[in-house]
Structures are given as structure tokens and as C-alpha cells.
Design a protein around this ligand. Structure first.
Ligand code: ADP
Length: 237
């Protein structure tokens, strides 16, 4: 499994937001995307799940151009944990996680035993099975985040994209959520690409880090090589 970003540039109107972005992530790797506000992190994540299409360059999953993926093929390959997901609070946890199977279920069909197994497995690894009948608004911040991760995992994706997965969480839940992501990554080999603001959390959990600045990659590599006092001063002022 390999996710490749090749010479990607993205423009809103004529304003360049990403420029010549190139990197790749392989099975079992946990990549952090960092950079100041407005540096293009969310735009990059949106390109990687085809919500946005880059004007220049290509994004490849196992060598196949994302441009050629149908919506449902994208959903089966890439799971997304967005920032502040829109979830109808009246749905039960089970129903929310089952929504992750939408791309696998025929339009007018019912869920199969395979769908229910995938939901159960996603809930098991995120430790949310015991919350199945609760509604979203009854959950703590950490539990909500685990449910949204379970929904993404129910898709059985090869790549999991997370936009600031620990923002708004207390330190206890930050560690809980990051511990979960790290275990998944190492146990199943799922590729993780996560946007982080917190330099400490990112350096503790990521195998490598991309530092974006004005839409360009300023540095890429292991945290200790990328997050140096010099680079932090230069990029974050
Ligand atoms: P980050 O996630 O690093 O904060 P973003 O990817 O959200 O950065 O934004 C990068 C740049 O793109 C910012 O300058 C932002 O103002 C601009 N931008 C984001 N969304 C839009 C949009 N829909 N239309 C025009 N410009 C946008």
C-alpha cells in the first residue's frame, strides 16, 4: 500500500494554495502534517480524499490516479475524520458507525452480515461497542472522536486522514485518541495522515512530519529533524 502525492499544486481562482507538493507514505506509516494557519494543511487533506481536485499533479493510491476513482471507490480506500464533523446528534452510535458502510451497501439494499461485521470490528478496536445504543449528544469529547474514527474505519479504508484529531480535547482524551490511532496504525498497517497543531503531540506520535509554509513543503522527515528550534522560529515566527 502506498499513497503518493506527485507535484501537486492547487489554486482557488488564481491564488496558489499548494505548490509542487511531493511526498509518499507507505503501509504502517504515521505522517503528521504541520504548519501555521493558512499554510494549506486542510486543502492538502481535501485533495487526498477528492473533495478537491488539484489543478496540477497527481495523487496515487497503489499507483492508481485518484482522478479515476469513483466516489464509492474513494470511500472504500480513504477514511476521513474531519474537524468538527456534522453529525445528527439524535442518531445512535451504532447508526453513526453504520453510515461508514454507505459506499458498500446498494442504494436500496439492506446491510449484509459483512457490513455488520465491519461495524462491529470498527467499534471493537475503538472501544465504542458499549456505547452502541447511546446518542451522539450523550457522549464525552473523547468518546465522540472515537465514534467518528469508528465510522471511518467501518469503510475498511487503506488510508485514514484526520484533521486535527485532538483539538478541543482535554489532555487525557488527547492521549486516548492518539494512542488509539497509533495502535491501529501499527497493528493493521493502515496509513495515517493527520494534521496537528501541537508540536509535542506530533513529535511523540508521528513517524515523520511534513512542515508546510505558504503551500510549500519546507521540511519533511523524522520529527527530530523537522521540528528544530531553527525551523520553528523560521516558520512560526
Ligand atoms: P490550514 O489548514 O493550514 O490552516 P487551509 O488549507 O485551510 O490552511 O487554507 C489555505 C489557504 O487557502 C488560506 O489562505 C485560506 O484562506 C485559503 N482558502 C481556504 N478555503 C478557501 C476557499 N474556499 N476559497 C478561497 N480560499 C480558500
Amino acid at each position: 500500500m502506498r499513497l503518493e502525492i506527485r507535484d501537486v499544486s492547487f489554486f482557488y481562482e488564481s491564488t496558489p494554495i499548494l505548490a509542487d507538493v511531493t511526498f509518499s507514505v507507505g503501509e504502517g506509516e504515521f505522517l503528521g502534517v504541520m504548519g501555521p494557519n493558512g499554510s494549506g494543511k486542510t486543502t492538502l487533506l481535501r485533495c487526498m480524499c477528492k473533495v478537491l481536485e488539484p489543478g496540477v499533479g497527481a495523487i496515487l493510491i497503489d499507483g492508481r490516479d485518484l482522478k479515476k476513482f469513483s466516489r464509492s471507490e474513494v470511500a472504500k480506500s480513504v477514511g476521513v475524520v474531519p474537524q468538527g464533523p456534522m453529525v445528527d446528534a439524535a442518531f445512535s452510535v451504532f447508526e453513526i458507525v453504520l453510515m461508514g458502510r454507505t459506499s458498500h451497501i446498494d442504494r436500496f439494499g439492506a446491510e449484509s452480515s459483512k457490513d455488520l461485521e465491519a461495524v462491529e470490528e470498527a467499534m471493537k478496536v475503538t472501544d465504542t461497542l458499549h456505547l452502541a445504543d447511546r446518542t451522539f449528544d450523550e457522549l464525552s469529547g473523547g468518546e465522540r472522536q472515537r465514534v467518528i474514527i469508528a465510522r471511518a474505519l467501518a469503510q475498511e479504508p487503506k488510508v485514514l486522514l484526520l484533521d486535527e484529531p485532538t483539538v478541543h480535547l482535554d489532555i487525557k482524551y488527547q492521549l486516548e485518541v492518539l494512542g488509539l490511532i497509533e495502535r491501529l496504525n501499527k497493528r493493521t498497517g493502515i496509513v495515517i495522515v493527520a494534521v496537528f497543531h501541537d508540536l509535542n503531540l506530533a513529535s511523540q506520535h508521528c513517524d515523520s512530519i511534513i512542515l508546510l509554509h505558504n503551500g510549500r513543503i519546507e521540511a519533511i522527515g523524522p520529527p527530530e529533524q523537522v521540528l528544530t528550534p531553527e525551523s520553528i522560529r523560521r516558520i512560526y515566527g
